[in-house]
Ligand binder design. Structure first.
Ligand SMILES: CC(C)(COP(=O)(O)OP(=O)(O)OC[C@H]1O[C@@H](n2cnc3c(N)ncnc32)[C@H](O)[C@@H]1OP(=O)(O)O)[C@@H](O)C(=O)NCCC(=O)NCCS
Length: 209
C-alpha cells in the first residue's frame, strides 16, 4: 500500500456521491445534446479496455504533441503512466454510441510537503470541446477536493502539470489556476529571448465550505 492508494477508495466514494450518473452536454450553438453515462473507478479496478479508451482520447487530443516530444511509441509509456497506483478515473460515455466523450484522472499525493489532489489527465473529445464540459469536470474535481478537506484539513488544493505549448494553459488560468510556487518558469535571456521550461505546475486553492 502506498500513501496514494490509501486514498483511492475514499476518492471513488466521494466522486460517486458528487458526480451525477447521467449528466448531459449541449454543444455551443445549442443544436445538439447528449446524455452521458458516468463510470468512476480506481485504476486497480479499471478494465484494460476502459483504460485503452482513455488512452485513445489522449491520442485524439494530443498525439501530435506527444509524438513530437517522445517519438511514435509515446503511447507505451503513457499507458504505463496512466496505470499509476492510487489513480481514480471518472469517465463519461455517450449513452447513444457507448463511445467515450470525456474523462479525468486524479489522486491524492504529497507535493512540496503538502497534500494535494493531483489532476493527472483531463480530456474532452474534439467534437464536444468548447461546450463547457471541461469546466464542469473541473468543478467536479473542486467539489471532491473541497469535501475531502472536511475530513483531511491539510489538503491544500488542486495541482496539475501542463506543457507550455498546450492551449489548455490559458483555459486553466481562466478557471482560477495560477503557477504553483515551485513551478518551473520562463527565463528571459539576453536580447529578450524567452526560454520556456518543459512544463509548468499549476495550483488552485479550494476553500472548504
Ligand atoms: C482543455 C479541455 C479539457 C477544455 O475542455 P472544454 O470542454 O473544451 O472547455 P470548456 O468548454 O469548458 O471551456 C471553453 C471556454 O474556455 C475558453 N478557452 C479555451 N481555450 C482557452 C485558452 N487557451 N485560453 C483562454 N480561454 C480558453 C473558450 O474560449 C471557452 O470560453 P467561452 O465558453 O467563454 O467561449 C479540452 O479542450 C481538451 O480536452 N483539450 C485537449 C486535452 C488537453 O489539452 N487536456 C489538458 C491536458 S493538461
Amino acid at each position: 500500500m502506498t500513501f496514494e492508494s490509501d486514498f483511492a477508495p475514499k476518492l471513488v466514494e466521494l466522486a460517486r456521491n458528487r458526480i451525477p450518473p447521467a449528466p448531459t452536454v449541449t454543444n455551443k450553438d445549442g443544436e445538439e445534446s447528449l446524455l452521458l453515462k458516468t463510470t468512476i473507478k480506481a485504476v486497480s479496478e479499471l478494465h484494460i479496455g476502459l483504460l485503452t479508451e482513455c488512452l485513445e482520447l489522449v491520442d485524439l487530443n494530443l498525439s501530435e504533441y506527444y509524438t513530437s516530444i517522445e517519438g511514435p511509441d509515446w503511447k507505451v509509456d503513457k499507458l504505463q503512466e496512466m496505470k499509476e497506483d492510487g489513480l481514480v478515473y471518472c469517465m463519461f460515455h455517450s449513452s447513444l454510441t457507448g463511445k467515450p466523450v470525456a474523462f479525468f484522472s486524479f489522486m491524492v499525493t504529497i507535493e512540496e510537503g503538502e497534500n494535494v489532489v493531483y489532476l493527472f489527465e483531463i480530456h474532452v473529445s474534439p467534437k464536444w470541446q468548447n461546450a463547457k464540459l471541461g469546466t464542469r469536470l473541473l468543478e467536479y474535481v473542486s467539489d471532491i477536493t473541497r469535501s475531502l478537506s472536511c475530513g483531511f484539513p491539510d489538503i491544500a488544493g488542486i495541482m496539475l502539470t501542463v506543457f507550455p505549448e498546450n492551449r489548455a494553459l490559458g483555459w486553466y488560468f481562466k478557471n482560477g489556476f495560477t503557477f504553483a510556487s515551485h513551478s518551473p518558469r520562463d527565463k528571459t535571456l539576453r536580447f529578450g529571448k524567452v526560454l520556456k521550461p518543459d512544463y509548468y505546475l499549476l495550483f488552485k486553492n479550494v476553500d472548504p465550505r
